[in-house]
Design a protein around this ligand. Structure first.
Ligand SMILES: Nc1nc2c(c(=O)[nH]1)N[C@H]1C(S)=C(S)[C@@H](COP(=O)(O)OP(=O)(O)OC[C@H]3O[C@@H](n4cnc5c(=O)[nH]c(N)nc54)[C@H](O)[C@@H]3O)O[C@H]1N2
Ligand SMILES: Nc1nc2c(c(=O)[nH]1)N[C@H]1C(S)=C(S)[C@@H](COP(=O)(O)OP(=O)(O)OC[C@H]3O[C@@H](n4cnc5c(=O)[nH]c(N)nc54)[C@H](O)[C@@H]3O)O[C@H]1N2
Ligand code: SF4
Ligand SMILES: [Mo]
Length: 886
């Protein structure tokens, strides 16, 4: 029997829900992962990505040695070179000639050191982060309204509310544990209402009482209209408005300028829908409005945030149980990054770079010789400055901008042209390929520090794996470079707890209640207490026993007059001029991948859900370009082109196309969607509009389509379309091309088939079908299917064959047939990744009488672990019922 060794309490490194995880190193070397029942974010739950963490921590693909100019190097040399090149650039061209581009996946301690080094010692504010692409419109909106970047509420508010509005949030897939908490609350109190506002009918919309398929960027108009409606209602909180806010009259005047015609046009919703939504909002005191990237990633993102906050201020629905505007943060430490001031326009500890008093205070605290005097370059401008040669040296850490930045090909070209590029990562990425110096970082399970989740809760990430190779923590790399640049005294850190204590002390320094972020209670924390630190919500001031759980229920905003501001936003123009790029490209996430796939891409279980880059197209638009589901489409903008699989669905709105942001050059031929995205930004926050680029779509005609499974990772595939994914026991690859090949030879070369092994094959000259399988004794090495049409093969069954014995010849023939002799052995596309339950199994369960998600779960296990697939199961049940009713 296996005995478990030690269990470590830590935190999931993916989304901003910030779930507690119990990680156990089994004696076999496997890592057992469970939700931490004591963690107040998840109370034991985990989603599919969190549950699969154990499959992503192996060392396959890791880079564990520093590299200089492509050659392995020692740390001392590499750090010395980084320090001297940064110092040289500063000396010759001034502090603004260097930059850091960091990440919400940094631990707070990494972030603190990076920010201190750049803003206090190098003397520039050219440190920006992928949070610019993620949360900066929320930050700007909060600061405009509240005078501080404060998230007023807590997760519990979603459970206590009578109305939960989710706008620009695909909660079911992107914050799955919060979604599960919401579902549980709604199950208990079915009278709770959920409204989803999203141009697409997402999985989240499936649980909604009302789905508003808003026109892209119609949000400002929608919430302005709501403010106007509220102003005419009896449900304004006059007392709150009077005592705690200013600017109400101006904001309402702006709202009243919108006629109902303009409202319907700008939102794409009809008058009945608007009235139904507005009436529900007016009538429901306990309302929470959650928003995420459909709000933030827009050229009107900051105005969207303020349009939402206005409605909550007008009703006094803020900072009270079950009420408030709620920005759902994306990354595990988006909030921690904001606390340390890791954005180019912030200082530290929620102080402002625009304030001389704040700058003086931080400079004194740090003993900083040259505090940055002005805001630095925001991400899009920063890479433009790299492109035009203003930036001579850049250090990119824990982010992959060649995949995730808009106009990504230009970002790639800029990085390639930059005189000195340092990348700290755990693996080879599309970005790290272009580094002059590569520094190997510790990954999740190896590193140690703190993160802050969406509800201001600080949790420990603890290490439970030994340090692999030469990998080192990011804070250590930054500390060592700081020392080598001549700032030894200011960077004395030997461990993360020392950094955390300093960060806490700065938050309390001359604070006296003037700043929201105060964790002075930890200013003296020692290593032992830090190791034992339980999840804790800020504020935690030095005096007393912790701060209030929520902010602003009784006012107390952080503008000088302690009042909140209504912002008189304008609905703006949402019309699109006629152009050669008539479609709107919307981009975002899928359930089981995380960003650029460097970690989730390692799990076969996660890849089984969706293994290919795709474009969701409305049937009307698909017909116009002659495309059917499973065809390939070429999408083009003035910035670039991609080729992805078409998924034709009426969940999509007419005129819109949705493509996931995840795929990159390691997993597909040409699917880096950000190479199409225009680098347009919000004027206040600088956050790029990643959800509304103008594109054209056409069918990508090919002569053949292919699918293959193989034990070995295929060699680079030289076809116009391919998409590679991990599969249980091997790899799977979809491909397509314009020219026929000698498929036997091609298969041999790509899948590393040893000489002497002859394929079992089938070729139909008329249809052009090829089916080939290579066996070594009883083992399947690779199977390939090539056809003139998209290949119809039982894919999950075929993948299982990689792990089966094929000594029996008849079994080999069923591989060539592409499906099991017994049809019931084919699970179909995997829906539940925890238990690998496929579509066919769920449909069979529904047909045998399972009419609810619970019943399907009881029969098949699907949806009974993490629950991330429950919305899809419900969709399948509804689909079967609809077919039965026809
Ligand atoms: N599975 C998974 N989960 C993740 C991540 C991941 O990579 N994978 N990443 C994490 C991170 S960093 C982030 S930032 C979050 C993001 O979490 P979300 O913001 O929930 O995710 P997205 O898919 O980017 O976008 C949300 C929705 O906005 C909609 N939308 C587009 N345009 C508009 C519009 O104009 N108005 C409105 N109202 N909606 C619009 C899109 O159709 C989309 O369904 O997810 C986090 N969680
Ligand atoms: N079109 C489009 N583009 C988008 C978005 C969108 O919705 N649409 N969303 C945007 C948003 S919200 C976000 S947050 C970004 C995310 O975009 P990125 O930040 O570029 O994506 P990740 O893949 O998370 O990159 C993290 C990198 O850090 C590495 N890494 C992991 N752990 C560590 C560590 O401990 N230390 C170091 N040094 N490296 C580590 C990983 O291997 C990976 O290469 O993408 C943005 N881009
Ligand atoms: S919801 Fe999932 S991805 Fe997000 S923190 Fe929890 S387990 Fe991790
Ligand atoms: Mo994000």
């Amino acid at each position: 029997m296996q005995t478990a060794t030690a269990t470590t309490r830590t935190t999931c490194p993916y989304c901003g829900v910030g779930c507690g995880v119990l990680a156990t190193r089994e004696e076999s070397g496997a890592i057992g992962i469970k939700g931490d029942p004591l963690h107040p974010a998840n109370f034991g739950r985990l989603c599919s990505k969190g549950s699969a963490l154990g499959e992503t921590v192996d060392l396959e693909g890791r880079l564990l040695q520093p590299k200089m100019f492509g050659e392995e190097a020692g740390w001392d040399e590499a750090l010395g070179l980084v320090a001297s090149r940064f110092s040289d650039a500063v000396r010759q061209h001034g502090p603004d000639s260097v930059a850091f581009y960091v990440s919400g996946q940094f631990l707070t301690e990494d972030y603190y050191v990076a920010n201190k080094l750049m803003k206090g010692f190098i003397g520039s504010a050219n440190i920006d982060t992928n949070s610019r692409l993620c949360m900066s419109s929320s930050v700007a909106g909060h600061v405009r309204a509240f005078g501080s970047d404060t998230v007023p509420g807590t997760y519990e508010d979603l459970e206590l509310a009578d109305l939960v509005i989710l706008t620009g949030s695909n909660l079911a897939w992107c914050h799955p544990v919060l979604y599960q908490r919401l579902i549980a609350a709604k199950t208990e109190r079915p009278e709770m209402k959920i409204v989803v506002i999203d141009p697409r009918r997402t999985m989240t919309a499936d649980i909604a009482d009302m789905h508003l398929a808003i026109r892209p960027d119609g949000d400002v108009a929608l919430f302005l209209g709501l403010l106007g409606f509220l102003a005419d209602s009896a449900n304004l909180d006059h007392d709150y408005i009077e005592r705690h806010t200013s600017g109400f009259a101006m904001a309402v005047a702006a709202a009243r300028q919108l006629s109902i015609d303009e409202l319907t046009r700008k939102t794409g919703l009809d008058a009945q829908q608007l009235e139904a939504f507005y009436t529900l909002f007016v009538a429901t005191q306990k309302t929470v409005t959650c928003y995420s990237q459909g709000v933030n990633q827009s050229s009107s993102g900051t105005d969207k945030v303020n349009a939402i906050i206005n409605c909550h201020l007008a009703t006094g629905r803020i900072g009270k149980p079950g009420m408030g505007p709620f920005s759902l943060t994306g990354q595990p430490n988006a909030m921690g990054g904001r606390e340390v001031g890791g954005l180019a326009n912030m200082l530290a500890a929620h102080m402002s770079i625009a304030s001389d008093e704040d700058k003086d205070r931080v400079a004194r605290f740090w003993g900083a010789p040259r505090i940055a005097s002005k805001p630095g370059l925001k991400a899009v401008d920063l890479f433009q400055a790299v492109a035009d040669g203003r930036i001579k040296a850049i250090w990119i850490m824990a982010t992959n901008p060649v995949v995730s930045m808009p106009d990504a090909d230009a970002v790639k070209a800029a990085i390639k042209a930059c005189p000195f590029v340092v990348v700290s990562d755990v693996t080879q990425t599309d970005t790290s390929r272009h580094a002059h110096v590569f520094l190997p970082s510790l990954g999740w399970g190896e590193k140690s520090g703190t993160v802050t989740n969406s509800e201001r809760r600080i949790s420990r990430q603890r290490s439970f794996l030994s340090i692999p190779g030469q990998a080192r923590a990011d804070w250590w790399q930054l500390t060592e470079v700081g020392r080598r640049m001549g700032f030894e005294a200011a960077f004395p850190y030997n461990s993360p707890d020392e950094i955390f204590a300093e960060h806490a002390a700065l938050s309390a320094f001359e604070n006296d209640g003037t700043r929201d972020f105060d964790i002075g209670a930890f200013a003296q924390i020692d290593g032992q207490a830090y190791d034992a630190l339980s999840p804790v919500q800020w504020p935690q001031p030095q005096s007393g026993s912790g701060g209030a759980e929520r902010f602003f229920g009784n006012g107390g905003f952080y503008h000088a007059d302690r009042k909140a501001r209504f912002i008189a936003v304008e609905a703006g123009n949402v019309e699109r001029p006629a152009s050669a790029f008539p479609l709107v490209l919307n981009t975002g996430r899928i359930r089981d991948q995380w960003h650029t796939m460097t970690r989730t891409g390692k799990s076969a279980r996660l890849a089984a859900h969706i293994a290919e880059p795709f474009a969701e197209i409305h049937p009307f638009d698909a017909k116009a370009i002659g495309v059917e589901s499973a065809d390939l489409v070429e999408l083009e903008s003035p910035y670039g082109k991609v080729i992805v699989r078409a998924s034709v669905t009426d969940r999509q709105a007419k005129g819109n196309i949705f493509v996931p942001m995840h795929w990159n050059d390691n997993f597909a031929a040409r699917a880096r969607i950000d190479s199409l995205v225009a680098p347009l930004v919000d004027p206040f926050s600088g956050q790029p509009a990643l959800k509304s680029s103008a594109i054209a779509a056409r069918k990508f005609a090919v002569a053949h389509y292919g699918f293959a499974v193989s034990l070995a990772k295929p060699e680079s595939i030289d076809l116009p379309y391919w998409a590679l994914a991990k599969a249980q026991g091997g790899w799977r690859v979809e491909f397509a091309g314009k020219d026929d090949a000698d498929w036997t030879e091609w298969g041999r070369a790509k899948f590393g088939i040893p000489a002497g092994i002859e394929p079992l094959g089938y070729h139909d000259g008329q249809s052009g079908d090829y089916r080939l399988a290579f066996f070594d004794e009883g083992k399947l090495l690779a199977a390939l299917f090539i056809a003139r049409k998209p290949v119809a093969v039982a894919r999950s069954w075929m993948i299982e064959q990689l792990s089966c014995d094929h000594a029996d010849l008849s079994k080999r023939f069923s591989i060539i047939a592409g499906r099991p002799g017994d049809r019931s052995a084919d699970r179909g596309a995997i829906v539940c990744s925890c238990f690998s339950v496929g579509l066919n199994q769920i449909v069979a369960a529904v047909r045998s009488g399972c009419g609810s998600v619970e019943a399907v779960g009881a029969t098949t296990n699907a949806g009974t672990n993490c629950g991330s697939c429950r919305a899809e199961i419900r969709g399948i049940i509804d689909g079967c019922n609809a077919v039965a009713a026809e």
